[in-house]
Design a protein around this ligand. Structure first.
Ligand SMILES: Cc1ncc(COP(=O)(O)O)c(C=O)c1O
Length: 391
């Protein structure tokens, strides 16, 4: 019988993270799996969203984004990176940075061309590569600091390489790529004539004096970098679906065409509210980072006390842990045990690796939660080790 679904859609599975969220709801657990905040978004931006709807900003915005938002993206980018972009030709607003990434890869990569991806990686990049026919080349980030082996990265570049995806600060590891690492990546991009696609969605969650460096700001990189970010994480509005890409006019032109036919545009009233968000003062970003650092500093010692080994993140709001102390052979079985017996949901490490075996003793937690929620999770984790079956 004819197969009704495409081979393409058959080559990847449903998101493991969303499966964990479902299990968590079934067990009434505390969800430290899917990374979204359980605290309110800033009042001023909610007000602006409501105002825009009441003012009837309810029809399609210009496909590549409302002018007010593109101006705000340009102003904020200049404020934090010193880079200037033309809102008319170099900014594209999409439905979240998720759409930015797939639109960019569809616009730039031909079937069969290679895209370098650091692993462990944010789980969307695998299906993104498959959907545009790209061949992913994985380069390993190694514990405890998640640095990469420079020789391994150099071997990954070739005439077949079209793009490299760099996610800093990184999900799932919390790694913040150093300036020296980014200089090395930039040199390889220039040498092999490769485009860098950066995912900087956690750019404002940086701890312990680490520095967020935009690859586009390095020598010779502005013209060959697509910088992707969005409002989901920085302003605690993951459901609004507003993200943006910055790239020179030739790259932006191709991205805009793909974006137009994928989704036409991001929600118009929420683009108005996003413009208000991007103009928040520097103090907002400092308070945001301080709040996340405090959550990290509460959760990590508690995870250690419960029997996890933790790899301290310097950015983003995730922590990768080593579960080998619990005696489980399999991370998925452990994650199911944790949610059913412990009432806490986390994400099996194998979902972040091309070779699942590499993540069999890893589990990722996120800490975008109110203090009370984290306290409830920590209380449930107490005694977990004693309840783990000997396997
Ligand atoms: C690295 C990374 N990029 C992108 C996204 C999704 O961002 P958006 O809500 O803007 O689509 C996430 C969400 O978890 C993420 O971790």
């Amino acid at each position: 019988m004819r197969t009704l679904v495409s081979q393409r859609s058959d080559r990847f599975t449903e998101s493991v993270i969303r499966e964990m969220t479902r299990l968590c709801n079934q067990h009434g657990g505390v969800n430290l799996a899917q990374g979204f905040p359980d605290f309110p978004a800033p009042e001023a931006i909610k007000e602006e969203a409501a105002r825009a709807i009441r003012a009837d900003v309810n029809q399609y915005a210009i496909t590549w984004g409302a002018r007010r938002l593109r101006d705000a993206v340009v102003a904020k980018t200049e404020r934090f990176t010193g880079l200037s972009y033309d809102p008319e030709t170099e900014v594209t607003v999409c439905c979240g940075s998720t759409e930015c990434m797939i639109a960019t890869l569809l616009a730039l990569v031909n079937p069969g061309e290679e895209v370098i991806v650091f692993e462990p990686f944010y789980e969307n990049y695998g299906p993104d590569a498959i959907l545009c026919g790209a061949v992913p080349r994985f380069v390993r980030l190694r514990e405890p600091d998640w640095s990469y082996d420079p020789a391994e990265l150099e071997r990954a570049f070739s005439d077949r390489t079209k793009a490299i995806i760099v996610n800093t600060p990184n999900n799932p590891t919390g790694k913040v790529f150093t300036r020296a690492e980014l200089d090395h990546i930039a040199a390889l991009c220039r040498k092999w004539d490769v485009v860098a696609v950066t995912d900087e969605i956690y750019e404002h969650m940086i701890y312990d004096g680490a520095e967020h460096v935009s690859l586009a700001a390095l020598d010779g990189m502005r013209g060959r970098t697509v910088t992707i970010s969005g409002i989901s994480k920085t302003y605690s509005v993951t459901g609004w679906r507003v993200g943006y890409c910055l790239a020179d006019p030739a790259l932006s032109g191709a991205i805009r065409k793909v974006h137009d036919f994928l989704t036409v545009g991001a929600p118009a009233p929420l683009q108005e509210a996003a413009a208000t968000a991007l103009a928040l003062p520097d103090e907002y970003y400092r308070t945001l980072a301080d709040g996340y650092r405090a959550r990290r500093d509460f959760l990590l010692p508690a995870l250690e006390a419960a029997g996890f080994r933790t790899f301290k993140p310097r950015g983003a709001y995730y922590v990768m842990t080593d579960i080998s102390g619990f005696g489980f052979a399999d991370d998925v079985a452990f994650a199911r045990h944790l949610v059913a017996e412990g009432g806490v949901a986390a994400v099996p490490g194998s979902s972040f690796y091309s070779d699942p075996a590499a993540g069999r003793q890893r589990l990722r937690f996120h800490f975008a939660r109110r203090r009370e929620t984290l306290e409830a999770a920590v209380e449930r984790l107490g005694g977990l080790k004693a309840r783990a079956p000997i396997v």
